[in-house]
Design a protein around this ligand. Structure first.
Ligand SMILES: Nc1ncnc2c1ncn2[C@@H]1O[C@H](COP(=O)(O)OP(=O)(O)OP(=O)(O)O)[C@@H](O)[C@H]1O
Ligand SMILES: O=P(O)(O)OC[C@H]1O[C@](O)(CO)[C@@H](O)[C@@H]1O
Ligand SMILES: [Mg+2]
Length: 504
């Protein structure tokens, strides 16, 4: 069987294809063919009992008669002995794993991994790697593992590093990346390629890809970067180029949907522990000590939530998803006073995006954006420190000692820890296998622990956020014993958001 044959044909699902537009089947591989449509439509394939495959594009969807080759891994001594090393092409990964006996089988993604046949000859591959957006522990490890994966598994020697993010495609020189060059880079924080925000010019980027003869593009970055990758892919497809585009999600904030988490997240949570410990030591060493730690988390408070749950020294965790207020019954000041009276100290963790609406109200600031269009946040740590100090000096008779630790960049500029390094290896190798197998327009990442190829539109359609009516947030509230600060109206709003998420 052709290794790229999709479930739609092999399982006889062809007559159940669901698409938003009129589509046809590519006779070569059974994929949903989007010919005649200007913009790529999702490839959604239906099966029995409510099974849905949200498939990723393939080069053969728009380039007919592409030659295929035996996967060189077949002759690799390390892999040739591994039973079932090649992924069965019917393997898919379920998005939802908690089901009822009568539940439909639900949405699935194509399982990542090596295929028996590849769509590129090793000596014809000219790959490039680019890193965009903010730093994240593990960027260098992913770069290393793409270079080494291509070289050691597929004997690919031509790998270019694009310097300085998207704008580097058209405004900077490239670096030649070899296993020797990248050998030690995983021990360093940051990205050896440099990164940037803004500067995404699709035409110039694709011109540069074409001019340089690049046929595999590995794009590492967050939600914005994946949006950029999606339009690059669409332009490449529009021009009919034999170029595979693979996105590798990077998000220290954990704000990318579908995937379990990104590399760097565990490292960031671990790094945050050191500061929370320091804040705790400071707070417990002085009368009415308050340790306040600010962590990253622009729109999603996952780092703050996990760092709090991991520590157990935190009395209050404030995140963007959970509105809070300062004054009056049930407010933060009242809780601080209560905690200090009970314990003589307290630790507060705050995500950078928390309470932004309170800051805007009190500072009367106008919205500003970074070069990528992300909202520039006010420093909530400084602001709340001052508000707490003012409150206790002016309105309460309690003398407090507040120590503020701004940990923002400390948690993302470090090299990745051991478990993130393993993650980086898996995600990088999965990306390489996918591109070699001719898949394109995909992001790769773990879904319920199994790596999968996910179409760009699923990754970029919304942000992944902490659901405050979910069990995890309840676990946090019961661990810290903090008030939820929620009114009945907030709970109704939050449930609506949760239902929307569940229905997606
Ligand atoms: N909608 C979009 N279309 C095309 N390019 C985009 C889009 N959004 C962002 N980009 C580009 O992607 C790159 C990275 O975007 P951004 O600065 O938002 O970071 P990110 O990838 O979201 O990472 P993070 O937010 O985790 O730091 C920038 O070069 C930006 O111009
Ligand atoms: O200051 P920079 O480099 O633009 O990045 C800050 C942002 O990057 C992130 O770490 C995401 O990468 C956010 O948490 C944070 O708001
Ligand atoms: Mg982002």
């Amino acid at each position: 069987m052709d290794p790229t044959m999709s479930n739609s044909v092999s399982n006889g699902f062809a007559d159940k294809i669901i698409t938003k537009e009129k589509v046809g089947l590519n006779p070569r591989n059974g994929f949903v063919l989007m010919e005649g449509l200007n913009k790529l439509q999702p490839k959604i394939v239906g099966g029995d009992f409510g099974y849905i495959l949200e498939d990723v594009p393939h080069l053969s969807d728009y380039i007919p008669h592409l030659p295929t080759y035996t996967n060189p891994l077949q002759y690799n001594p390390a892999y040739s002995v591994v039973k079932q090393y090649f992924v069965d092409n019917d393997d898919t990964v379920a998005q939802k794993i908690v089901v009822h006996k009568n539940s439909p089988r639900g949405v699935h993604f194509r399982r990542a991994g090596p295929r028996q046949r590849v769509y590129f000859k090793s000596d014809e591959v000219r790959a490039c790697i680019v890193t965009c957006g903010g730093l994240c522990p593990g960027l260098n490890t992913v770069i290393r593992e793409i270079v080494c994966g291509l070289h050691h598994m597929y004997d690919v020697k031509g790998v270019l590093g694009i310097v300085g993010g998207y704008r580097g495609f058209y405004s900077k020189n490239t670096i030649s990346l070899t296993p020797k060059f990248v050998n030690d880079i995983h021990k360093r924080g940051g990205t050896i390629l440099g990164t940037s925000r803004g500067g995404h010019d699709t035409k110039k980027i694709v011109d540069s890809i074409q001019d340089r003869g690049i046929n595999q593009v590995y794009i590492i970055g967050g939600d914005g970067t994946q949006k950029g990758a999606a339009v690059i892919f669409e332009e490449i497809r529009r021009r009919g180029l034999n170029v595979a585009v693979a996105g590798i999600p990077k998000t220290i904030d954990n704000d990318i949907p579908v995937i379990d988490k990104s590399f760097g997240f565990d490292t960031a949570v671990e790094e945050a522990q050191r500061a929370i410990n320091a804040a705790h030591v400071e707070a417990t060493s002085i009368e009415n000590g308050i340790g306040l730690v600010k962590l990253m988390g622009r729109y999603s408070g996952y780092i703050a939530m996990y760092a709090t749950l991991a520590s157990r020294d935190v009395d209050c965790c404030l995140i963007p998803e959970s509105p809070f207020y300062l004054e009056g019954p049930g407010g933060l000041f009242e809780y601080i006073e209560k905690r200090l009276k009970e314990n003589g100290h307290m630790v507060i963790v705050i995500a950078e995006g928390a309470g932004q609406e309170l800051l805007s109200e009190s500072l009367h600031t106008t919205d500003q954006q970074d070069a990528s269009g992300n909202k520039l946040l006010q420093d909530v740590g400084q602001w709340i420190s001052q508000r707490i100090k003012d409150h206790f000096s002016k309105r309460s008779k309690m003398a407090i000692n507040l120590k503020y630790i701004d940990l923002m960049y400390m948690i993302r500029a470090v090299p990745s820890n051991a478990s993130d390094n393993v993650y980086c290896t898996l995600v990088a190798q999965s990306a390489v296998h996918g591109a070699m197998a001719g898949y394109t327009g995909f992001t790769v990442g773990p879904v319920n622990g199994r790596h999968a190829y996910i179409p760009f539109h699923r990754i970029i359609e919304k942000q992944h956020k902490v659901v405050i009516t979910d069990r995890m947030w309840a676990r946090l509230l019961s661990s810290t014993n903090q008030p939820s600060f929620l009114s009945t109206k907030d709970v109704i709003e939050a449930s609506k958001t949760e239902n929307n998420l569940l229905n997606c």
